[in-house]
Design a protein around this ligand. Structure first.
Ligand code: GLU
Length: 372
């Protein structure tokens, strides 16, 4: 990078940091490894300082820690490998986890509320709306929702992946403008193990640094955090990855101090509904489109019409999420199907005889994925 480019970038980072001072709704995700000893008291003090009588500010916590606490409580010698005992540990640990929050936040007169979610809840529009309304009512009442995955009933296919991903889905759900991913690392590190202060483009600047390491108790790892950061920035939130060990970290991030790694919100965020279609729902199948259709779709504001469809994969029904794939096999968009897989395949086959305007995915339900 030239000196001028480096200066321009520093200036950009400074402006982005300063923007954090205006954050009003904050999601704090905290990992298992960071929750021990007086961690809850420190977190409560930070939340208290931030909320402290200031109208219009609210905080949502996404907290791991149930499994780690449950392992000790049930006397398991180590983290179980089988699903049933993991779920047992989560169930036993979740009540201890909430007790820790109750005690620490209760001392400061901050009401907390447990919200347990599974991916199946957020993949359902009605249940998502219920969750959104419940969260809004809690915040309105001045409470701090403590969200975790409902591990005791979540098996692989309905799992979020991990709490970093859960936090990325919760961010648009509660219209947060700042997501803080707290763990035991000071941020994203470069090849010389130095903290990267600012990321503008995840694909160009961050992905290769994140690798795919995982980190012991949490299943997260840096690549999961970077992906969560990318998704939350697309919803219009700034995201900071920082260390839970740094004293006063929440207040310092919000004050615009140069700590952790800041991922800047995209200037043109996608709506909560489109974010849900692209990043919460899991595609049930794929619609393969020809080159012309792919170019039109990528250009934006176009529906997927049967005339451009080469074929389908999977067995989806109307309303299911599908991936839109170009002839090279690259997924370029996601959307909600208007037709079932069999109807879409049939229309695609007969289109030559009866060209029509059959809509496979309507543009209102279609999200072009960023090339980034
Ligand atoms: N839900 C898990 C727990 O409370 C943690 C999952 C994660 O950290 O990603 O232990």
């Amino acid at each position: 990078m030239t000196d001028a480019a480096a200066r321009a970038r520093d200036a950009e980072a400074r402006v982005a940091r300063e923007g954090l001072r205006r954050a009003r709704r904050l999601v704090i995700k905290i990992g298992s490894k960071s929750l021990a000893g007086d961690a809850w008291d420190r977190l409560a003090a930070e939340v208290h300082a931030l909320l402290g009588g200031k109208a219009g500010r609210s905080i949502v916590i996404v907290s791991s820690g149930a499994i780690a606490l449950g392992i000790g409580k049930l006397g398991f010698p180590s983290r179980p490998k089988d699903m049933a005992r993991l779920q047992a540990a989560a169930a036993a640990g979740q009540s201890v986890l909430m007790q820790r929050y109750e005690e620490a936040f209760g001392k400061l007169m901050i009401p907390v509320a447990q919200v347990l979610l599974t991916h199946a809840d957020l993949a359902d529009r009605a249940r998502t709306n219920n969750a959104r309304n419940a969260l809004a009512a809690l915040l309105e009442a001045g409470a701090v929702p403590i969200i975790n995955e409902n591990d005791a009933v979540a098996v692989d296919e309905i799992k979020f992946g991990d709490n970093d991903q859960l936090a990325a889905m919760v961010t648009p759900l509660c219209e947060a403008d700042l997501l803080l991913l707290l763990s035991d690392v000071e941020g994203l590190l470069d090849g010389d193990r130095k903290r990267v202060p600012f990321i503008k483009s995840v694909a160009r600047e961050a992905r290769h640094l994140a690798g795919d390491s995982t980190s012991g108790v949490g299943t997260g790892g840096m690549s999961s955090k970077v992906e969560a950061a990318r998704r939350a920035t697309l919803a219009g939130a700034n995201v900071v990855i920082a260390s839970a060990r740094e004293p006063g970290i929440v207040g310092r991030v919000r004050a615009g101090e140069d700590v952790g790694t800041l991922f800047a919100a995209v200037p043109q965020r996608i709506s909560a509904r489109k974010h849900w279609i692209a990043y919460t729902l899991r595609p049930r199948g794929a619609v393969l489109v020809d080159r012309g259709a792919a170019a039109a779709i990528a250009g934006g504001d176009r529906s997927v019409l049967a005339v451009g469809v080469l074929g389908v994969r999977g067995t989806f029904l109307p309303g299911d999420a599908v991936a839109i794939v170009d002839p090279e096999g690259v997924e370029l968009a996601r959307g909600l199907a208007r037709l079932s897989a069999s109807d879409a395949a049939r229309l695609a086959r007969k289109k030559r005889d009866e060209p029509g305007e059959d809509v496979v995915v309507h543009k209102d339900d279609l999200v072009v994925l960023p090339v980034d």
